[in-house]
Design a protein around this ligand. Structure first.
Ligand SMILES: [Ca+2]
Ligand SMILES: [Ca+2]
Length: 444
């Protein structure tokens, strides 16, 4: 899943992954697979396959033409294309489903089941084998396309139909599963006027039964206070002995819920009370990270809004009620607007911002040890892998830093086009997509 684990803390102890590669000479490049022209999701590796969201500018099937969101599955060993699931754009156009943005959700795989959110705001559960197992798995059996390269749907849940979501520009939530429940955010937001909220009663977060796709709980604490859209993705972890779902929402508040019942436990405002949208008040696009009873998150804005002030917090999520004051462990204000998710290990927290800085902070105090200027906007998130920190930027550069209080640049490689995704380690290989290609990177 996005982040690797339900707490979304991107840390791996995998050994012998490369710190150097070259896409031109193919040094340490195991394979390359073609995607569409825009790929905002992150690769997920499971069951001997790699799954990634993209658009349909690489038309693999003439029966599925035009602008679509696409989820593609590749064989992990050699990058061979296996199957895809495509979705026409929503009829409302860019208000709900921005042209050529494709599937931006990072899928989750559990056993033989894959979960993600389509560009049409539909939560899908698919069979990872597709129809290659010569079986149409159900309950859903009405697929129109049932060839070896087509997707086998188990169930789907349309968030627009079922809970009245009005996604602003795109539906992008990456699912998380704990126990029987799959959690996603709805992306409910404003319409194109950027004033009116068509669905003020739609939830921000929903929990579905992972087997049946039935709605188990929902919450709409935001009501009509959505600043813009809701593009953060929920996390789940045990905090103070209670299994919590943590959701960063469209009013700039983070909320914690009893993960099983959906009962709201706490809420935290990430904006100073005197801040003003959109100049100084921010929304939340990053994913909250749960680590040792604390929640870590930075606020920011839609990349279209450019750079600006940001705030990063450590929140004591064992507290209850409005914990904006009581739950604030520390606040770091030297960060700029951020859409990146933090990574934490060995007392150090790494977080990047949209102005291109990677910050290394003391996780206990929020004190900054160092920062590194990537010299380009960062959409991606740092991943700590075997004592190193990997991060890509919009210029297509991927930097490898030492996981250390001392700033050490180990290497920097260019991927040929913008990197919006995160470096994902799996089975000794790094998986990474730029706008239009998926790379498997391994020491040769
Ligand atoms: Ca099947
Ligand atoms: Ca089916």
């Amino acid at each position: 899943m996005w982040g690797g684990t339900p707490d979304r803390n991107q840390v791996s102890n995998m050994k012998n992954v490369p710190t150097e590669w070259d896409v031109k000479t193919k040094k340490n490049i195991k394979w390359v697979a073609d995607l569409g022209s825009q790929s905002y999701g992150n690769p997920v590796v499971a069951g001997g396959m790699v799954f990634v969201g993209t658009n349909n500018e690489l038309v693999r099937d003439p029966k599925q033409p035009g602008d679509r969101g696409v989820l593609m599955a590749f064989r992990e060993s050699d990058g061979q294309f296996l199957w895809q699931h495509t979705h026409a754009k929503l009829e409302a156009g860019r208000a709900n489903d921005w042209p050529f943005q494709g599937v931006a959700s990072s899928p989750l795989v559990e056993g033989e089941r894959l979960y993600y959110v389509s560009n049409r705001g539909v939560v899908f559960c698919l069979d990872i084998q597709g129809f290659r197992d010569n079986e149409n798995d159900g309950p859903f059996k009405d697929e129109k396309l049932t060839g070896p390269n087509d997707a086998d749907v188990i169930w789907s849940f349309d968030m627009i139909e079922e809970v009245g979501s009005y996604p602003h520009n795109m539906s992008n939530s990456s699912p998380v599963i704990v126990g029987d429940l799959v959690y996603v955010s709805t992306s409910n937001g404003q319409d194109e006027s950027h004033v009116h909220i068509p669905s003020p009663r739609a939830p921000s977060i929903i929990a579905l039964n992972k087997t049946t796709g039935k709605l188990v709980w929902e919450d709409n604490s935001v009501e009509d206070r959505i600043l813009h859209g809701q593009w953060s993705t929920p996390s789940v972890g045990t905090i103070g002995g209670v299994l919590q779902a943590v959701s960063a929402q469209g009013d700039g508040w983070v909320r914690g819920y009893d993960a099983v019942s959906g009962k709201k436990l706490w809420e935290f405002d990430t904006n100073p009370k005197d801040s003003v949208w959109p100049r100084t008040r921010n929304e939340l696009i990053a994913t909250p990270v749960i680590y040792q009873d604390r929640v870590y998150i930075a606020n920011g804005q839609d990349p279209e809004h450019g750079e600006g002030v940001g705030h990063m917090y450590s929140i004591d999520a064992t507290k209850r009620g409005d914990i904006t004051q009581t739950g604030r462990v520390w606040q770091f204000d030297k960060i700029r607007r951020s859409i990146s998710t933090a990574a934490i290990a060995d007392g150090l927290l790494y977080v990047s911002d949209f102005s291109g800085y990677l910050h290394c902070l003391d996780v206990k105090t929020g004190q900054e040890y160092w920062n590194h200027d990537m010299l380009a906007a960062v959409w991606a998130s740092p991943f700590i892998i075997d004592g190193k920190v990997y991060l890509g930027d919009e210029d297509g550069d991927v930097v490898v830093m030492a996981h250390s209080k001392e700033k050490v640049v180990i290497s920097e490689m260019n991927m040929g086009s913008a990197v919006y995704g995160t470096v994902v380690p799996a089975n000794g290989v790094l998986f990474l997509n730029n706008r239009s290609q998926l790379f498997a990177i391994a020491n040769k």
